[in-house]
Design a binder for this molecule. Structure first.
Ligand SMILES: [Zn+2]
Ligand SMILES: [Zn+2]
Length: 694
């Protein structure tokens, strides 16, 4: 049994040549722990826990891609390791094995940082404790510690020669508590920008390593998030940017596996056929079978890919030194020196390197995310591809959005539109009204935007709005549509709006309460039974609570979607704008950007108007979106779409490939809003022409 007692902070990395530590061990009559790297240690001592796997010995070859990052922990010169990886591939394994190896054979003060205190406790309970319990050498060490020091807690555990402390990134006092040599920062994209106003948590923690300048190690791990705001991406960019190269079974070309080389076919309807998914070599374009991919994954070369300047030339690595400590260092083409420093070793790995997830499974996940829209796609990019997501949330360029507008005219309703919602923004001297159409595939259409001028303290402008409620809009099929629900912003001119909404009893007209929430577009119904002045109301008014921040973020992502080439289907969530939409309307639609603030150590992301732009068109869009969510747009299935189509009389024109519609009369059930629209349509066939708004 090994029971390390080389517990000296002056010589924290003992080797066989380290006589002092050997001598000390002899004196104590114990066998010194052998000097092993993390891979050797894990294969020799680590037992996997049933909680996270099937149990049994740790075998690096099962996650070959983790070998390089593990070896970097003892690679001479490396002080920082960055792991930008997809979920459930190597991050936790690498962190656990590094912890185990240092606790056992190179004991020192260790700090593990998680985003919050409860995450730190969870890591201690679900990861650290089972590893200690199932790995005998660790169990013995902590067993000793317990006997002598009963003070072991969930977040602080002592062992001979060191301790492991687990803290949340939001507590500056814990981060700055005492000197540490090994620092593991997990999930760093979830840290606040500043811990309690004292600076970035990682900086605070790394300052604690000053006493161990020559042999400290800092490990940072996370899946990336949003481009430009991802801490792990920034950290990887600073690193030597190692990539995992594998060899093509056909042409022997070594290259990193990239998503761009994954191919799949689509059916006539444009749907991805995941069963056709395959990886194609970037060198020879030949497809790999799944078993060829698994064979390729058995031999991984981590190579530095960071560009550098040497011999007066800017170079991208093309030549590498032979592998040592699991890495091939980049060489200058001219003088042959190792031109990229290795003090910061960065690793990136996607699910394409996961032996347990096939390319087909990855593509099936991609297809699902595509169907569900930008938020789901972002998650796919982050958690599966280990890539940041370039977020349209930063308000896409209004010119780009303006350029990709549709060919229909404002006031007309395209074929894909199957239900209408109206949003009204209230200003002192006018009302602004948008009518939006919603359809399948999460697509939506701006039908028109109107400005109704007039003092909102006075009746006439409200009369104009009321008149709009009676209007119909002609669908491309010839049917006239009414707006299903109208939502009026009640935040600014509450009394006027409540009074007006009350006067519309019996009509689907609602007071809307926009909230700074990212939870959902529709947050439920709020009861207002008192006026702002505190006067009790006899019959309380219900307000529709809309998640304005959610709606804005979603809309910006959707506006950033590219128009597909001719004949190709629209991407899920595509926002259609009329040909005659004005530049000003598009500017307003893209008028806000997401800004990150830090106040007293807490990060807040807030939508703020871009330099002086008005945003009424955007607000109207959000109210309409909230109403659509209220009616269930987000979860409607094909049967419901066909009901709506049936009511509009366009079931004959359903796209090819869809099954026969069920009997329209039967499905146009009582209460179906489309049915009601149709009845109104036949009663009143007036066509509303688009009016210019300003
Ligand atoms: Zn090839
Ligand atoms: Zn050179």
């Amino acid at each position: 049994m090994f029971n390390s007692t080389s517990a000296s902070s002056e010589s924290p990395r003992p080797t066989y040549l380290d006589l002092t530590s050997l001598e000390r061990s002899w004196r104590k009559g114990l066998t010194p722990a052998p000097d092993l790297d993390v891979v050797e240690w894990a294969e020799e001592y680590r037992k996997l826990s049933k909680e996270s796997s099937n149990g049994g010995r740790f075998v690096t070859a099962r996650v070959e891609v983790a070998r390089g990052p593990m070896l970097a922990a003892t690679e001479p010169g490396v002080a920082t390791i960055t792991l930008m990886a997809c979920t459930q591939l190597l991050k936790t394994t690498v962190i656990e094995n590094i912890l185990g190896r240092f606790i056992h054979i190179d004991p020192c003060p260790i700090l593990v940082v998680q985003p919050k205190d409860d995450a730190a406790e969870t890591f201690s309970k679900d990861r650290l404790a089972p590893m200690i319990r199932d790995t005998k050498v660790l169990r013995d060490l902590f067993g000793d510690a317990k006997a002598t020091d009963a003070g072991a807690t969930l977040t602080h555990k002592q062992f001979p020669g060191g301790h492991v402390t687990l803290v949340g990134s939001n507590s500056p006092t814990n981060l700055a508590m005492r000197p540490i040599r090994l620092l593991c920062c997990d999930e760093i994209d979830k840290y606040p920008l500043s811990a309690g106003g004292e600076g970035p948590p990682i900086d605070l923690a790394e300052e604690r390593q000053a006493e161990f300048k020559t042999n400290s190690l800092s490990v940072r791990a996370c899946s990336p998030t949003v481009t430009g705001r991802s801490a792990i991406e920034a950290s990887y960019d600073e690193s030597d940017q190692r990539k995992a190269f594998v060899r093509c079974p056909h042409c022997e070309h070594w290259h990193p596996l990239e998503w761009e080389q994954v191919r799949f076919d689509k059916d006539e309807g444009g749907k991805i056929r995941a069963e056709t998914a395959r990886y194609e070599c970037v060198g020879c374009d030949k497809p790999w079978t799944e078993s060829q991919r698994l064979v390729a994954l058995r031999k991984i070369e981590w190579r530095q890919t960071r560009a550098f300047t040497c011999c007066g030339e800017n170079q991208v690595p093309e030549r590498w030194a032979p592998e040592a400590h699991g890495v091939r260092r980049a060489l200058c083409l001219h003088c042959g020196t190792m031109a990229v420093p290795n003090d910061h070793a960065g690793f990136v790995a996607s699910k394409l390197y996961a032996p347990k997830q096939t390319i087909r499974e990855t593509v099936a996940k991609f297809a699902r995310a595509l169907r569900r829209g930008p938020e789901a796609l972002r998650t796919f990019f982050n958690t599966q591809l280990a890539r940041t997501w370039k977020e349209g949330a930063d308000a896409p360029d209004w010119q780009d959005v303006y350029t990709r507008r549709d060919s229909y005219l404002a006031g007309t309703v395209s074929r894909g539109v199957l239900i209408l919602f109206g949003g009204v923004d209230v200003q002192k001297d006018r009302l602004e009204v948008s009518v939006w159409g919603f359809g399948r595939n999460r697509e939506r259409w701006l039908i028109e935007h109107r400005v109704l001028p007039g003092d909102t303290n006075r009746a006439p402008v409200w009369k104009d709005l009321e008149a709009m409620f009676g209007e119909t809009w002609e669908h491309e099929s010839g049917a006239d549509m009414t707006v299903r629900d109208w939502g009026i912003d009640s935040s600014g001119f509450t009394a006027e709006v409540y009074a007006f909404v009350r006067s519309q009893a019996g009509r689907p007209v609602h007071a809307v309460d926009g909230q700074d929430s990212y939870a959902a577009a529709f947050l439920g119904v709020g009861a207002k039974d008192a006026t702002p002045a505190g006067k009790k109301l006899r019959r309380g008014l219900k307000t529709i609570r809309v998640g304005a921040s959610f709606a804005k973020q979603e809309l910006m992502g959707c506006l950033a979607l590219q128009r597909p080439s001719e004949g190709k289907p629209y991407p899920a969530g595509f926002v259609h704008l009329p040909r005659d939409v004005t530049e000003d309307q598009v500017k307003q639609l893209t008028a806000e950007e997401l800004v990150t603030h830090v106040t007293r150590g807490r990060t807040r992301r807030e939508w703020v108007p871009i330099g002086g732009r008005r945003n009424e068109v955007l607000d109207c869009a959000n109210y309409a979106r909230g109403l659509a969510a209220m009616r269930g747009w987000d979860r409607w299935r094909e049967t419901h779409w066909r009901e709506l189509e049936g009511a509009l009389g366009i079931e004959r024109d359903r796209p090819a490939g869809l099954p026969e519609a069920s009997v329209p009369e039967a499905v146009v059930a009582a209460g179906s809003l489309a049915a009601r629209n149709l009845q109104r349509a036949s009663a009143k066939r007036s066509r509303v022409r688009s009016r210019t708004t300003r």
